[in-house]
Design a protein. Structure first.
Length: 150
């Protein structure tokens, strides 16, 4: 058993959520949230911001930590248990450019109900729901985008 840690973001711009479409060797992978592996000496927040930037080209700001998801997968050598730490983030524009080297073929911003149905993995749907509820709360409280909130 091997343990791995990744960090990612639920990135929102004007109420829409950023998703990536992954297609590996013409095998359908599906829509996912941006995330990636923590590098040596890196803080979780740094990893989340770096991975969002690398995978989508988006400059985002962290609003708050929204939780952790966990899943297992098998490699030819071992079973990997992965923890993913998620942050609610605010993008500075609708711009996005999928990272082809990681087999991301498309990216874009979607309304909550579209994003929820597009996401392939149930643990990412749960994180999306939690992050979006937080976004709605902050928006209603006039705190979304307020610099003094960060």
């Amino acid at each position: 058993m091997v343990e791995a840690t990744s960090c990612g973001g639920v990135v929102i711009f004007r109420g829409k959520i950023l998703l990536l479409y992954k297609n590996y060797k013409n095998k359908y992978e599906g829509w996912v949230l941006p995330k990636g592996t923590v590098e040596a000496g890196e803080e979780f927040k740094e990893t989340a911001l770096r991975e969002v930037k690398e995978e989508t080209g988006v400059s985002a700001s962290i609003i708050k930590y929204v939780g952790k998801s966990q899943y297992n997968f098998n490699t030819p050598q071992d079973t990997v248990t992965k923890d993913v730490h998620w942050y609610l983030m605010m993008a500075d524009s609708y711009y996005s450019k999928p990272q082809r080297e990681e087999f991301f073929m498309d990216s874009g911003y979607y309304k909550f109900h579209e994003a929820f149905h597009l996401l392939k993995f149930s643990n990412e749907k749960q994180i999306l729901e939690k992050a979006y509820n937080e976004y709605v709360y902050l928006k209603k409280s006039n705190l979304w985008g307020c610099k003094k909130y960060f």
